[in-house]
Design a protein around this ligand. Structure first.
Ligand code: SIN
Length: 530
């Protein structure tokens, strides 16, 4: 018998968007947050650069809007961008009040960093560990709040949908697996908020933590929600290349402070790709590095900070300096070997300006969502900003949600499940998806590569589907099923965009096609069943 718990608001994920939502919504209801591992195992916690907002006297909302629209290459929604940019600074100040120790200059104002695509310094930061500082401050506030319950080691299996009971298209919570006890129970909620981050683990090389398996996007799609713009996967140009360093980001703010990208022989190469050279937009820099690596056959390019004041370099970037020191190099003296890696999903679950998805009582915020802010390419450090703005807006909107639920919720069906000793199958499938996504649906795509990816992903999804219903559900199987569905959504979206725009670059259609100046929207009926 499946047990049942009740809460006003169920949040899936414990990064900036989910925690900020929880704190705001706790003013008018009870909140339960489920998170797959430890509460700080999030992409937010790893964010280095900072949060973009107009905080300086020499900056303006119009300029931040203009930079966002320019990088987004025609697919940002102007009114969404304007709203987020306008509301942003107040939320940054609120984060400071909550205890985030943002760096200040001698006069006590925010010390602002610079990143690619920004025409001004506008990135509020705490050294090179801004995400960690935000994560800890929010978790502290959540721990002190008795309206919020945080369940670690709990993974959502599937959303609860009224359609399964012959009702309207509405969500009333989720089936959740307690990873410590293996129990699956339902959490019933007036509103369910997907804040589970992105899907970097779809690719073999990523800056993301292991938890980034696209769970929110996959679950929403399975109950019929629209997802959009999944082809726009952002590859960060500079992730540390080292056999013993997994997924370690080398923040764009290093280039913002004057870092120069060089080839193995020391030659500068970015001048021929973009007027802003090493600080060009991410899509351009990542493609340039990919191209240079293919031409030279080298393992990596290098980010050179050695011409800058060494005390400044070590003090401004202590986290990166420490990590590199542990691996035997000094960032102030040795060029840092770097390669591009999957970093951010610009698409996601379609939602309106409050985070409301196309399913009643289901919200999506942060990287899980597709709001119209990022368009075809995200401006650096706009994501933490989006997390707080939409966290706050959704917290206001859920006040009006009324619980729509069946009298009796069906217990989770384990079918003919037995314990699976076949962990190797999960591991192999996992590896296979991630490898072919990197090779065929990565920084440079083509029709042929996408066709190859399609054949492989559909076969794998079929196998995973059989496996899923045959064996006892574990977090590994849940994640694999979600990962494979998200891979399918990326491939299908990429196939539909027959042009090169922003982060989607294909050898078969090198130019932009203005007739495709619209979102790529998918939902259950637009492709094979999930
Ligand atoms: C970075 O520090 O380079 C990452 C910032 C971001 O992805 O917005």
């Amino acid at each position: 018998m499946t047990s049942e718990r009740q809460t006003d608001y169920l949040v899936i994920g414990s990064g900036i968007a989910g925690l900020y939502f929880a704190l705001e919504a706790s003013e008018h209801g009870t909140v339960t947050i489920v998170t797959k591992k430890k509460s700080h195992d999030t992409n937010t916690n790893l964010a280095q650069g900072g949060i973009a907002a107009v905080m300086g006297d020499d900056d303006s909302l119009e300029e931040h809007v203009a930079d966002t629209l320019k990088v987004g290459e025609g697919l940002c929604k102007r009114d969404v961008v304007e709203g987020v940019v306008e509301e942003g600074p107040a939320h940054v100040r609120k984060l400071a009040q909550l205890g985030v120790d943002f760096a200040r200059n001698a006069s006590g104002d925010f010390d602002l960093g610079r990143e690619g695509g920004h025409n001004k310094r506008r990135v509020a930061h705490y050294q090179d560990a801004t995400g960690h500082a935000i994560q800890m401050a929010l978790l502290d506030a959540v721990a002190k709040n008795d309206k919020i319950t945080l369940l670690e080691n709990h993974i959502a299996v599937d959303l609860l949908s009224m359609e399964k009971y012959g009702g309207e298209s509405a969500c009333f919570g989720a089936y959740v697996l307690n990873n410590d006890t293996s129990e699956i129970f339902s959490i019933i909620a007036r509103a369910t908020v997907l804040a589970s981050g992105g899907a970097g683990k779809v690719y073999i090389y990523t800056s993301n933590p292991d938890v980034a398996t696209g769970d929110g996007m996959a679950m929403a799609y399975r109950i019929g929600a629209q997802v959009s713009n999944m082809e726009f996967v952002q590859f960060h140009p500079t992730v540390l290349y080292h056999p013993h360093a997994k997924s370690f980001l080398i923040s764009e703010t290093l280039r913002g402070e004057g870092g120069i990208l060089r080839l193995e022989d020391g030659a500068k190469f970015m001048d021929e790709y973009h007027e802003l050279s090493s600080l060009g937009p991410r899509d351009v820099v990542a493609r340039a590095i990919d191209n240079e690596l293919k031409k030279s056959g080298s393992d990596s390019v290098f980010l050179d900070m050695t011409h800058l004041d060494e005390h400044f370099v070590r003090e401004r970037f202590p986290t990166i300096a420490k990590r590199c020191r542990a691996l035997g190099s000094d960032i102030a003296k040795d060029p840092i070997p770097v390669v591009p890696a999957a970093h951010y999903q610009c698409g996601g679950v379609v939602c309106d300006k409050t985070g409301q998805t196309t399913i009643r009582n289901l919200f999506a915020i942060g990287e899980t969502s597709s709001t119209g802010l990022h368009g075809a390419c995200r401006l650096a450090s706009n994501s933490l900003l989006e997390g707080v703005v939409y966290g706050a807006r959704a917290a206001e909107a859920v006040r009006d949600c009324e619980l729509v639920r069946p009298g009796q919720v069906a217990p989770w069906q384990t079918g003919k499940a037995t314990d699976s000793n076949d962990a190797i199958v999960v591991a192999l499938n996992w590896e296979e998806v991630r490898r072919f996504m990197w090779s065929y649906v990565g920084i440079v795509r083509s029709d042929k590569r996408l066709q190859r990816a399609t054949r492989r992903i559909e076969l794998l999804r079929q196998e995973i589907g059989e496996y899923y219903w045959d064996f006892k559900v574990t977090s590994d199987i849940i994640e694999l099923r979600n990962l494979a569905l998200v891979a399918h959504l990326i491939v299908e979206s990429a196939k539909r965009r027959k042009e090169s725009r922003g982060l989607h670059y294909t050898l078969d259609y090198l130019e932009k096609d203005e007739s495709l100046l619209h979102d790529t929207v998918l939902h259950q009926s637009s492709g094979p069943p999930a």
